[in-house]
Design a protein around this ligand. Structure first.
Ligand code: SF4
Ligand code: SF4
Length: 383
């Protein structure tokens, strides 16, 4: 009988978990040069890839949970190494063995909450549509033109519910025939998949796909770039595809059609932050900027890291559930960049970015210096 060494076992597990392309890496280190972590602490994706190729990965180490899947390294690698997929494959192995360091314990809590109430915040599924009380929002039924897929953080988080309400008001003002799923909506599952919880992800995806098909959903509007990515890419792995649009694209379309006319002035200097999953992962850089440019009185400024070179907020890839030391928070750097650019408002279009930036505002004592707004909140004020 053939003997399998521990090294071969790890290599086999990584291969099974989808991370076999580690062998393409020739250790040039370009990934580490652009990784945002190296601005606040030492971190090496190159080393993680190397360890995987030699079967030396230690799934107990915190480092495999550090990557925010921001995509900066993927865009730079001369060999096309799928660093994110390799990292996720190691997390899948760790999840399979139930090995979680303290910094990512919240992912375990989120997984449990997702199994019960289909959201990571541990809120009752029956209260998912509470944010819409008193707003012109109906439940999606067969024949409704557009499904507004709200997402977990916009549905439950007190700060982000304001952006969901802004979106609903804008859609109503533009005369869009839209509806929400309410209790029938489940988390898209993106962060769970990136933290190795493949079975939980697939369960959530099945619930959503069934809800979409049962109700005859044809077009889906999302506010979260993570939902956008998941419906377009991850659900395609499950052999289904839907017509999905991000709110930044949809607002611009409504403006082009003359259905949404920014009329009031918004006399503020605004810096736009490109969320990783909207920009680098999906190439949507211009639409949110153009929406902001069309707001009368608004002065759009750029930060030092922007577009393809945007700085991650730290929330992707399970980062939103990770304990990060204050001195290592990437969002703090971003707030400082907004301030350097002379911005009074830091605008973005992602729930994780908003949550992290709001947290950094408090940490840095910037409450009176920089406001954090979702682009929908700005548009809602001026139409
Ligand atoms: S950039 Fe690509 S080839 Fe270079 S070390 Fe990183 S993963 Fe390896
Ligand atoms: S995806 Fe982003 S956080 Fe992860 S290793 Fe690459 S550059 Fe670093």
């Amino acid at each position: 009988m053939e003997t399998v060494t521990p090294y071969e076992e790890i290599i086999g597990l990584v291969r099974e978990a989808g991370g076999e392309d580690y062998k393409l890496c020739y250790q040039c280190g370009k990934c580490d040069a652009v990784c945002p972590w190296n601005r606040v602490r030492a971190f090496s994706m190159r080393k993680i890839v190397r360890q995987a190729s030699l079967g030396l990965s230690e799934i107990e180490q915190e480092e495999i949970w550090r990557c925010t899947t921001c995509g900066a390294c993927v865009a730079q690698c001369p060999r096309g190494v799928p660093q994110i997929r390799i990292g996720v494959s190691l997390r899948r192995i760790a999840t399979q063995y139930g090995v979680f360091p303290d910094m990512i314990r919240a992912a375990g809590t989120a997984a449990a909450a997702l199994r019960i109430d289909r959201n990571p915040l541990g809120e009752p599924a029956g209260r998912r549509a509470d944010w819409a009380k008193g707003l012109p929002v109906k439940t999606f039924t067969e024949g409704t033109d557009l499904l507004f897929f709200v997402g977990c953080y916009y549905s439950y988080d007190p700060r982000l519910k304001k952006a969901a309400a802004a979106t609903a008001r804008i859609l109503a003002k533009a005369g869009v025939d839209f509806g929400i799923l309410g209790e029938a909506e489940s988390c898209c599952g993106e962060s769970m998949r990136k933290t190795g919880g493949e079975a939980v992800f697939r369960g959530l995806a099945r619930e959503n796909i069934k809800a979409f098909i049962d109700r005859g959903v044809r077009r889906i509007l999302v506010c979260s770039p993570h939902c956008y990515e998941t419906f377009r890419r991850d659900y395609a792995d499950l052999m289904v595809s839907f017509d999905v649009v991000h709110v930044s694209q949809y607002l611009l379309r409504l403006m082009d059609e003359g259905r949404l006319v920014p009329a009031k002035e918004y006399r503020r200097r605004v810096a736009y932050h490109d969320p990783c999953y909207l920009g680098r992962h999906n190439g949507i850089y211009e639409e949110p900027r153009e929406v902001l440019r069309r707001v009368p009185g608004l002065e759009l400024v750029e930060m030092s890291d922007r577009r393809q070179g945007s700085l991650c907020c730290g929330g992707g890839g399970g980062g939103i559930w990770t304990e990060t030391a204050k001195a290592e928070r990437l969002a703090n750097l971003r707030l400082a960049q907004a301030r350097e650019a002379g911005a009074q408002v830091l605008a973005t279009a992602c729930p994780y970015c908003i949550a992290n930036f709001e947290d950094s505002r408090l940490t840095l004592g910037y409450e009176e210096v920089v406001e954090v707004r979702d682009i929908t909140e700005i548009v809602d004020e001026v139409v």
